[in-house]
Ligand binder design. Structure first.
Ligand SMILES: [Zn+2]
Length: 241
């Protein structure tokens, strides 16, 4: 497992980091690694009720994200203010990532792989690009001069780990922390059990169904590498151009 002392994990919506990298984060936390989580949006459109109030959904999901972070041993969750379903790789959000990277000063940053083929959700693509672009803006000392003026000098994480990748080259065995990962996913209580979804086979209809699918998926990743259940990442060395 990649050595880290401080980690920042960035997801488009609350629960993305937990599902994609919750085991890796739990394992790091148990080893004493300092972990913080960033959510580009509050997931305020994450309801199947057409009459739901997005502000109320956001309130619930922020609290769930904080509970999930506690389960994983992460010390803070930051919300970057993007709009759920409309996330775009803007300069304002790139700066927000750079500000967070310069404030948290992680040596490893995790985010969505924006270059995975057939990646459907536009928020996940935008979040991945913003993660990579924000790390470069945090790294280069003449980029984002307004941040230096705020007392946030340049900082270079040594590695970016991209999750949801189709080109894995770092695989983490999460067998020992699978219970923590599943508990963190369950902390997103509003996201499962919607009777509307029950009619769609394969949907996130019950906790048991979601847990089975996460276990099957992580087992399949590990199988390919002779490991137990595992999470996979594509590694970017940030010294590259
Ligand atoms: Zn998502």
């Amino acid at each position: 497992m990649l050595t880290a002392r401080r980690v920042l994990a960035l997801g488009a919506h609350p629960d993305d980091v937990e599902i994609q990298a919750g085991g890796t984060i739990a394992a790091w936390s148990r080893d004493g690694v300092h972990v913080e989580i960033g959510c580009f949006t509050a997931g305020e459109k994450g309801s199947h009720d057409p009459a739901a109030d997005p502000a109320e959904v956001a309130r619930v999901r922020r609290a769930e994200a904080e509970a999930a972070a506690r389960v994983l041993g992460a010390t803070a969750v930051h919300f970057l203010g993007g709009v759920d379903g409309e996330l775009e790789a803007t300069m304002a959000l790139r700066l927000a990532v750079a500000r967070l990277v310069r404030a948290v000063r992680p040596d490893v940053v995790l985010g969505h792989d924006p270059w995975r083929r057939w990646l459907l959700h536009p928020d996940h693509r935008a979040a991945g690009l913003l993660t990579v672009d924000g790390v470069v803006a945090a790294r280069d000392p003449l980029y984002a001069p307004e941040l230096a003026a705020e007392g946030l000098p340049a900082h270079r994480p040594h590695t970016i780990l991209l999750f949801g990748t189709d080109a894995p080259d770092e695989v983490v065995d999460v067998e020992a922390v699978m219970d923590a990962k599943l508990a963190a996913i369950r902390a997103h209580a509003s996201q499962v059990g919607d009777p509307e979804i029950d009619r769609h086979p394969g949907g996130r209809n019950t906790w048991d169904d979601l847990e089975r699918r996460v276990r099957t998926w992580n087992a399949a990743i590990g199988d390919g590498f002779g490991l137990g259940p595992a999470e996979a990442f594509h590694v970017l060395d940030t010294r590259g151009r």
